[in-house]
Structures are given as structure tokens and as C-alpha cells.
Design a protein around this ligand. Structure first.
Ligand SMILES: *Cc1c(COP(=O)(O)O)cnc(C)c1O
Length: 428
């Protein structure tokens, strides 16, 4: 698979190089040179396969020139050790539950596949994973790489701006996992990561690698669960499907659009955001005007400068799709709370991120259409918020309950690159 740098189309790399490097020069994102497409009969055949077998074949369409189907199946099998079930919420609205992995959020899929592929291509050389998280990526990355040989993981997160349970989940591991609470917001963390990647000397010295949503391997893994959703939906939903994606950095939406470009039948996507609504405002007005990031109940979506957006635009350009066909909307915290309550009355306990996607779907679905929203996190992952909204207790799954009593092992740091650099060059 060849990929090019969106900032410099002459810079082309293989998938193996893209996985290792994360970002290209000038912090450019990598984007596939070829956009494979399955015939309709192929799609039908794929939809009948089991999740892992199908996913290996989907990835084979991109990666077949670099890895055998057997290797891909082995790696996918080691990454996707849990299901992605579809649950019915209303007669014509379904939830794709992506939270049955070890850290109870969709980022387990991308994080674990990336860890597998990095191990596949690293050839035993030492690697430092540096990533910024607004909540869930950190946990997924930490758990995906925990205990892997020759890999050091350093995770930055905004101090006090992620849920206490989220923090417990990835800041209590120790070993090859180091966590730093930055005195700033997520964008400040992301800026530090970008600075590190601009520092060529540092990059080579520690084998710097990114594992957040900008790594192409994560996106390819995420493409697979859109197929898994359609495979489970009633046949009549297939050509009338509207998919609503709760969005922060827009990795999940990019993956969904890639699934569509492979030929998966999706009538329309909805880009759903909270008050950090740079994209919905852009789609309405044509002007890209990020505001300062604001804290919301759906904190994993508190991103005002979504880093995958250039990929979305590139895909639309390449496929000659119209951005006006991308639906979008922003949902306030007040409406989010109401929606979590309404979903509970329908018998479905959800959490703020998925509720935002459900809300926009419900409000815009046309007769005859079927709706699917991504259930990006388990409600227990946002226990405090959900309990407060619903005025009832949410029990913790065993994975979280075990970690809740363990001590935090995080360092704290000002958003100062010099300090971070020193930390990174010291021995782990
Ligand atoms: C990361 C995250 C999102 C946003 O996903 P992006 O790919 O960054 O758009 C939504 N919901 C939850 C629970 C998340 O953790």
C-alpha cells in the first residue's frame, strides 16, 4: 500500500513506513494512493463472513501487497478479541456497540491493531510511542502496548479534564507505560506531541512514533466495524442506511467514509459534535473558524481543531463527492442530558457521546430510512455523569472496578516542550 503526505504529495511511503512514522514532513497526514473498491457481489460475499475473516480480507484490499492474508488474519485475530454487536434502540434505529473491549471504548480496535502492526514491522528496534489523549485514546493505547517488548509508551493528557475513572484505567499500569498530566487543555497536549514530531534529532534518538488517531493503521482497523454493523442489520436496511458518528478528531468518521469508498452501502453520514462545533459551522458557512475548546459532558469530543479533517476533505476530493452531502450538527450539554434520559426510557442506557449521535439521527431520519449510531463508549466509563443524569447507579464492569482502587502513577508537567524533551531523552 502506497500512501502520500497531504502536505507534500511527492512524499510517498509504504504502509510499514506510515505505521512507524505516524506523520509525514510538516506534520502532514498520510493518505492512501489507491482507493480500492469492491464489486457489489464481493460486498455481499464479505458480509456473510465472520468478523475476523472478513476484516482480514477488507484490509487485504489495502495491504495485500505488503502482508499475506494469513499475517493479516493473525494480527486482526489478536487485536479483535471481542465482538462489535448491533443493538436495537428503536424499530428503525440501532447502536453499534464498540465498547466491549478491554478499555470499554471503540479506541480498543484501532489501538490494538496498531500495536500488532507495529510489532509486525518494527523488526525488534526500540520504539517510543508518544500520544496525546482527551480521554479514551490513552487507555486504549496503554492497554494495547502494555508489556510489549522494546516499546516505551508516553501518554499526555489534560490534567483534571478527563474522568477520574478514565485516568485510573491507564495511569495505574506502570511498566512500559508512562503518563503525564499536562497543566493545559487537550489542544496544548496535541501541540506538544506535534513539536516532538518536528524535532528530527529527538525523533531518531528515541524512535518516536505516534499512536493517536492520526496513525493510518488505526483508521484501517476502524473501517472493519462498519462492515460488521451492516452485516448484522436487516437486509432492507442496507440501501437506506444513515450512519451518525460522534466526532472529536474525526477518525471514526474518516474510517466510515473509507468503508463507503470501498463500496459499503451507506446513504448518508452525520458528523455529530458537541459545542466544539468547528466542522458543523464549516459545513454550514464554508468558513473554517475554530473557537477555543470548551469543556463538555462528552469530553472525548472536546476538540476544536480536529486533526483528521484534512483526510475527510481529501477523500471527498478524490471520490468527487460533495461536502454538502455530509450531514452534521452540534448538540448542547442540556440536550445531551435530555437525550440520555429519553434513551433510558426506551430501555437503552447510553452515555453522552453516543447520545449526541443518536439525537441528530433521530431528529433527521426520514421515513423508510434506517439509522445506525456508533456507541463509542460503555456508559460505565462515564459513570459519574450518567448517574447524575439518570439519578440511578451504574455498575462498573470488572475491568474498571479492579483499577479504581489502584494508585495513580502519573507525572505532572507544564505545557513546556523543553521539559517534555528532557523527560523523553531520559531512560524510561
Ligand atoms: C475518541 C472518542 C470519540 C471521538 O472519536 P474521533 O475518532 O476522535 O472523532 C467519541 N466518543 C468517544 C467515547 C471517544 O472516546
Amino acid at each position: 500500500m502506497k500512501l502520500y503526505n497531504l502536505k507534500d504529495h511527492n512524499e510517498q511511503v509504504s504502509f510499514a513506513q506510515a505505521v512507524r512514522k505516524g506523520l509525514g514532513s510538516q506534520q502532514g497526514l498520510y493518505f492512501p494512493l489507491e482507493l480500492p473498491e469492491f464489486e457489489l457481489t464481493e460486498i455481499d460475499r464479505l458480509l456473510k463472513l465472520d468478523f475476523v475473516t472478513r476484516s482480514a480480507q477488507i484490509l487485504g484490499a489495502y495491504l495485500g501487497d505488503e502482508f499475506s492474508e494469513e499475517t493479516l488474519k493473525k494480527r486482526i485475530g489478536a487485536a479483535f478479541t471481542f465482538p462489535a454487536p448491533v443493538a436495537k434502540v428503536e424499530p428503525d434505529i440501532y447502536s453499534l456497540e464498540l465498547f466491549h473491549g478491554p478499555t470499554l471504548a471503540f479506541k480498543d480496535f484501532g489501538g490494538r491493531f496498531m500495536a500488532q502492526m507495529l510489532q509486525e514491522v518494527a523488526g525488534g528496534e526500540p520504539v517510543t510511542i508518544l500520544t496525546a489523549t482527551s480521554g479514551d485514546t490513552g487507555a486504549a493505547v496503554a492497554h494495547a502496548f502494555y508489556g510489549l517488548e522494546n516499546v516505551r509508551v508516553v501518554i499526555l493528557y489534560p490534567r483534571g479534564k478527563i474522568s477520574p475513572l478514565q485516568e485510573k484505567l491507564f495511569c495505574t499500569l506502570g511498566g512500559n507505560i508512562q503518563t503525564i498530566a499536562i497543566e493545559g487543555d487537550f489542544d496544548a497536549c496535541q501541540a506538544l506531541v506535534k513539536q516532538a514530531f518536528d524535532d528530527e534529532e529527538l525523533k531518531t534518538a528515541i524512535g518516536l512514533n505516534s499512536a493517536n488517531s492520526i496513525n493510518i493503521s488505526r483508521l484501517l482497523a476502524q473501517v472493519c466495524y462498519y462492515f460488521e454493523a451492516v452485516a448484522q442489520l436487516p437486509q432492507e436496511a442496507r440501501n437506506q442506511l444513515v450512519v451518525s458518528v460522534p466526532s472529536g478528531n474525526f477518525g471514526d468518521l474518516t474510517a466510515g467514509l473509507l468503508a463507503k469508498s470501498l463500496g459499503l452501502p451507506v446513504k448518508r453520514f452525520i458528523a455529530a459534535t458537541n459545542a466544539n462545533d468547528t466542522v458543523p459551522r464549516f459545513l454550514a458557512s464554508g468558513a473554517w473558524q475554530p473557537h477555543a475548546t470548551v469543556a463538555t459532558l462528552s469530553n472525548a469530543m472536546d476538540v476544536s481543531q480536529p486533526n483528521n479533517w484534512p483526510r475527510v476533505e481529501e477523500l471527498f476530493r478524490r471520490k468527487i463527492w460533495q461536502l454538502k452531502d455530509l450531514a452534521s450538527g452540534a448538540v448542547s450539554d442540556t440536550v445531551t442530558k435530555d437525550t440520555v434520559r429519553e434513551m433510558a426510557m426506551l430501555g437503552y442506557i447510553s452515555e453522552p457521546h453516543a447520545a449526541i449521535a443518536y439525537r441528530l439521527l433521530r431528529d433527521t431520519l426520514q421515513p423508510g430510512e434506517f439509522g445506525l449510531f456508533l456507541g463509542t463508549a460503555h456508559p460505565a466509563k462515564f459513570k459519574e455523569v450518567v448517574e447524575e443524569i439518570l439519578q440511578r447507579e451504574i455498575s462498573l464492569p470488572a475491568e474498571l472496578a479492579e483499577r479504581a482502587d489502584m494508585p495513580l502513577l502519573s507525572h505532572t508537567m507544564q505545557p513546556d516542550f523543553a521539559q517534555l524533551r528532557t523527560f523523553l531523552t531520559q531512560k524510561a
